[in-house]
Design a protein around this ligand. Structure first.
Ligand code: 1CP
Length: 340
């Protein structure tokens, strides 16, 4: 197996850093769009283990990345808890009903009962591990409680997440109850993913940055910490809290192996703060990949030069859907030809 990702997470020496891209499965590959266009909907694809495995492996074949990330979505969790979603073409996810009241929260199922509804995800893991045949590790993932809370309150993406944030002020106790139920589900969900064979797990807190630090500690990080504490010892864990730089100290204190960072914070600053306490994942601006080859090489080399190890090369957020494949390949190839 190409195990440089796992070695890096385990603190072992490698000759170059591993590279993969958040949102590498789907979106950018013509092969993905071909599979997708033959399925009725996004959800049909997510719920079809053979097809999900196929699109999970496409970026490994096409881009030569050092890890696969399971093709699924963070929104399968609210669905398993009882909040159905649809994916509206060109608009994104929409929940026909949202959480409004204590009764809505009480009606949600949670923990193991909810996690067991995600059988199709576990089957996709088994199928992917089979098809991958140990070429590269498989990353499992979940949304963080706060980010899932955002969708369950807003019903869709948002620029301000003001419905979700307002709920924290108006109903702090209800908010904690909902975050507890989400966390109990996420912990069981990750435990089963690990049992089924994922080699590491990433927690995506995509909307961490819309909270102030005090609120992020109380309603965000507290629950991420609790989830991490439920996982088997030595689980390889990556926490990506987008926009949460102001909580650096608290992030460093989490019981995880790696922290993902977005591009709005300088790599040098990250390296100086982290100082070997965690593996660092990131943090090239996804927009660099629209630039010409010279700029892609320059920016990638600059990023590579900052870390002397303990680094997983990635973008600072998911690759954008219209990114030219040539730019993505230049970036991956540049990392793969680098040596410490
Ligand atoms: O038909 C399609 O192709 C729909 C587009 C799509 C895809 C390919 C959605 C809808 N989800 C996914 C897959 C997905 N989502 C993966 C696995 C495959 C991959 O590598 O792309 C992963 C890891 C996610 C995670 C995800 N979903 C996050 C966290 C990461 C991030 O980018 O911040 C979030 C916030 C979502 C919600 C979601 N699902 C889909 C969309 C368009 C969105 C974002 C909506 C918004 O901006 O609020």
């Amino acid at each position: 197996m190409n195990d440089i990702l796992l070695k890096t997470l385990d603190g072992q020496l490698v000759e170059r850093p591993p590279v993969w891209l958040m949102r590498q499965a789907g979106r950018i590959l013509p092969q993905y769009r071909a599979v997708r266009s033959n399925m009725k909907s996004f959800k049909d694809l997510v719920k079809n283990p053979v097809k999900a495995a196929e699109v999970t492996i496409q970026p490994v074949d096409e881009l030569g990345v050092d890890a696969a990330i399971l093709f699924s979505d963070i929104l399968v969790i609210p669905e398993a808890m009882g909040l159905d979603y649809n994916l509206v073409e060109k608009k994104g996810p929409m929940f026909p009903t949202t959480i409004q009241s204590w009764d809505d929260i009480a009606a949600l199922i949670d923990g193991e009962e909810a996690a067991l509804k995600l059988e199709y995800v576990y089957n996709a893991i088994t199928e992917t591990k089979d098809q991958l045949n140990d070429r590269v590790p498989l990353i499992g993932f979940t949304g963080a409680p706060w980010t899932l809370f955002c969708y369950m309150l807003e019903g869709e993406g948002s620029k301000t997440f003001s419905k979700a944030r307002r709920f924290l002020y108006q109903h702090p106790e209800w908010s904690h109850k909902l975050l507890q139920k989400i966390s109990a589900t996420v912990a069981e969900y990750l435990k089963i993913q690990i049992e089924k064979g994922v080699d590491c797990v990433q927690i995506f807190d995509s909307w961490a940055g819309c909270l102030g630090t005090q609120q992020y500690h109380e309603f965000g990080l507290k629950y991420i910490r609790w989830i991490l504490e439920q996982l088997p010892e030595n689980t390889r864990t990556i926490v990506f809290s987008k926009g949460a730089h102001a909580s650096m100290e608290e992030l460093l204190d989490l019981p995880c192996k790696a922290l993902g960072f977005d591009w709005q914070i300088e790599a040098e600053y990250i390296a100086s703060q982290v100082n070997g306490q965690k593996v660092v994942q990131g943090n090239l601006d996804p927009c660099v990949l629209y630039a010409d080859n010279e700029e892609i090489v320059r920016s990638t080399q600059r990023l590579l030069s900052v870390f002397k190890g303990g680094h997983i090369v990635n973008l600072g957020h998911g690759v954008y859907p219209d990114t030219p494949l040539s730019g993505v390949k230049k970036f991956v190839d540049e990392v793969k030809s680098f040596r410490y």
